[in-house]
Design a binder for this molecule. Structure first.
Ligand code: SF4
Length: 312
């Protein structure tokens, strides 16, 4: 198991000249930032099914109510089944990935809102999914997926990166011989991350863990993963973050003087009003925790969900 997360990405986003026009769509955040911390496997499904570079453009076209992958200038050349067959044949090799970044808008790779031509005058609706991306998401609903365009949104980016690291930690403990202790520790160490998203999901997952035994773990661990990753997909709210931060502050209360407490509370309030980013509170709390270690908080991933330079 790699000590770095391993993600897949549409090959053109990594600067590879695999697009229909012979160009690429290098995304600097992926190649310059994420690549420092993650191993990234390039995948170009159109090259993989034998389309060369350059090649005629392809698109999604509504045919008999179904979005089909066809040549833009020749609707009779339908590549849907070829792409589906490629996905069916090769997806298993991606089962261990910790995430995938797809190229937005692509009829093969786009994850959401891909244009589908619905009329010969060129009229489109924007509710399609690239054929390869659709097959990937159907097969691996627990693997975090994003598009490069959406990674410009701070909240979406942070959520995606946190999910990638969470799944990577899961992969590090998950195997047919996983014991209950590792399973319980995994769940417990994500308590604060889950609480910042959905306290109800944390409770539900806690009951799931309590109802699992060493005997049933083998079959229940995949179900846990699905529920866990679904909960991790939910977005934090400032209010829930503040509840968690207050909880952490509780572990420090005997060591903080009144000025320290007032400073922390003022920061929490500024964060509530959107005047400070979450990471500035993390830095302040970590400063106090360095001086007054709290082993329970140290085991939590909440304050260190990913490397600092890619955290929001
Ligand atoms: S979007 Fe996907 S299919 Fe198109 S060039 Fe990029 S990697 Fe290849």
């Amino acid at each position: 198991m790699s000590n770095k997360p391993v993600i897949g990405a549409s090959s053109c986003l990594l600067g590879n000249e695999v697009r229909f026009d012979g160009g690429h769509k290098r995304d600097r955040f992926i190649t310059d930032m994420l690549a420092k911390h993650m191993a990234i496997k390039p995948v170009c499904p159109e090259i993989a099914i034998g389309l060369g570079t350059p090649r005629p453009a392809i698109r999604l076209q509504s045919i008999n109510g179904e979005a089909r992958l066809v040549m833009s200038k020749d609707n009779d050349t339908d590549l849907t089944d070829t792409m589906q067959a490629y996905a069916d044949k090769t997806l298993e090799q991606f089962a261990g990935l910790d995430g995938f970044i797809f190229k937005k808008g692509s009829p093969s790779c786009g994850a959401w809102r891909v244009p589908v031509v619905v009329h010969k005058d060129g009229h489109k609706r924007n509710d399609g999914t690239g054929v390869f991306a659709h097959a990937f998401m159907q097969r691996f609903p627990w693997i975090p997926v994003e598009e490069e365009g959406r990674l410009n949104d701070e909240a979406l980016r942070q959520n995606f990166i946190e999910r990638v690291y969470a799944l990577h930690r899961w992969h590090n403990i998950d195997n047919p011989d996983t014991n209950m202790q590792a399973f319980i520790e995994f769940h417990a160490s994500h308590k604060l991350m889950l609480m910042a998203r959905s306290p109800a999901d944390y409770q539900r997952l806690g009951q799931f863990v309590a109802q699992t035994s060493q005997k049933t773990l083998k079959v229940r661990r995949q179900e846990y993963l699905l529920l866990f990753m679904e909960a991790m997909r939910k977005h934090n709210s400032r209010g829930k973050h503040i509840n968690v931060l207050m909880h952490i502050m509780g572990y420090l209360k005997e060591h903080l003087n009144s000025d320290d407490k007032a400073e922390l509370l003022a920061h929490f309030e500024a964060y509530r009003k959107n005047q400070l980013p979450w990471i500035s509170l993390v830095v302040l709390l970590k400063h106090h925790l360095r001086k007054h270690p709290a082993p329970y908080i140290d085991q939590q991933h909440y304050l260190k969900p990913c490397p600092d330079d890619i955290a929001a």
